[in-house]
Design a protein around this ligand. Structure first.
Ligand code: PEP
Ligand code: MN
Length: 337
């Protein structure tokens, strides 16, 4: 349930409403916009039975929120959110480019890539130190050593760094080294992991599950936010369909759908969505045109020798070309890049 206050509602009137809600043991989420304040109610609203907020001082109207996700819901926060990460931010008005190798393979590989993607225009370095591989015999990541290289790359370039975490232990370790935690597709409904990420005071990039609906995805975001961490960014990375020409099918419609259902920033990962290097640039452009707040692109100094996801990784030159070709699209969408 949300209580929409009148444009001129006084602070006392707002406090009067929030006090009644809190007195019943429910949580209040305040969204103070330019014009109106919206009081969001989180918890079992049957506890408010008998209170008629419609006639309370300063209240315009009361609207039921039927969706099970509340904090991630656009009704709770009508303006699009900007998520601050280190010295940078993800949200309206800018185009965030996260780029880097699928996996951190060595110090040299990572530092070399960080310098190249920064020069081309990226503002984040991505790199996996804990790799959730399909086969247990595939390269599993350098773990803490990889995180140390990520931190070193940040210090050398000023890029913000994002790294996937796959366990509570990985979260505890990663928060010492990175600016943003990534929850991968395979863990989108690992609710214990989501709660731990919610307790970490670090922004979270939440990828869409392999076969997750948008509502399931927003409920996953709610798990993180309900633990007190509201700095969540969503990443569409393709879903499982019957089509086999691409690794997954990029659900570009997720971008406008999420926009209408949620206030959280949305980025698109055309690398994992397609699995094919040649398809990455056209889908990156379509994501910007659809209104995405950013992109995640895999880049490797020598894709043919990459320990994971080589076929979808761009070379430095290809990434630089992609960034140049994205600039007019960003301009058309009113996004600084
Ligand atoms: C990744 O970003 O390295 C990754 C494994 O992606 P996803 O979880 O989307 O498969
Ligand atoms: Mn990858």
């Amino acid at each position: 349930m949300i209580i929409i206050m009148k444009p001129n509602a006084s602070k006392e009137a707002i406090r009067g409403v929030t006090c009644q809600i809190e007195a019943k043991g429910l949580q209040v989420h305040l969204s103070e916009g330019h014009e109106v304040t919206i009081v969001g109610v989180v918890g079992d609203k049957s506890l408010l039975h008998g209170i008629n907020f419609e006639i309370a001082d300063g209240v315009d109207k009361v609207v039921a929120v039927t969706e099970s996700y509340k904090l991630a819901n656009r009704k709770f926060h009508p303006e699009a959110s900007t998520v601050l990460v280190g010295n940078t931010s993800i949200g309206p008005g800018s185009l965030t480019i996260m780029a880097g190798p699928c996996a951190v393979e060595s110090r040299e590989q990572l530092l070399e890539t960080a310098v190249a993607v920064k020069k081309a225009g990226a503002n984040f370095l991505r790199g996996g130190a804990y790799k959730p591989r399909t086969s247990p015999y595939s390269f599993q990541g350098l773990e803490e050593e990889g995180l140390r290289y990520m931190k070193e790359a940040r210090e050398a370039t000023g890029l913000a760094v994002v790294c996937e975490v796959t366990s509570q232990h990985a979260i505890e370790t990663a928060v010492k080294y990175v600016d943003m935690l990534q929850i991968g597709a395979r863990n989108m409904q690992n609710f214990e992991l989501l709660k731990e990420a919610g307790k970490a005071r670090v922004p979270v990039l939440l990828k869409r599950g392999l076969s997750a609906t948008i509502d399931e995805w927003l409920n996953a975001a709610e798990y993180i936010m309900s633990e007190g961490n509201e700095r969540v960014v969503l990443c569409e990375r393709g879903i499982r369909t019957y089509e086999t020409s691409t690794r997954n099918t990029l659900d570009i419609s997720a971008v406008p759908v999420l926009r209408s259902k949620s206030h959280l920033p949305v980025i698109v990962d055309p690398s994992h969505a397609t699995g094919v290097r040649a398809y990455v640039p056209p889908l990156a452009k379509s994501a910007v045109a659809a209104g995405a707040d950013g992109l995640m692109i895999e880049v490797h100094p020598d894709p043919a020798r990459a320990l994971s996801d080589g076929p979808q990784s761009l070379t430095f030159g290809q990434f630089e070309q992609l960034c140049a070709s994205l600039r007019p699209y960003a301009r058309l969408e009113g996004r600084k890049f």
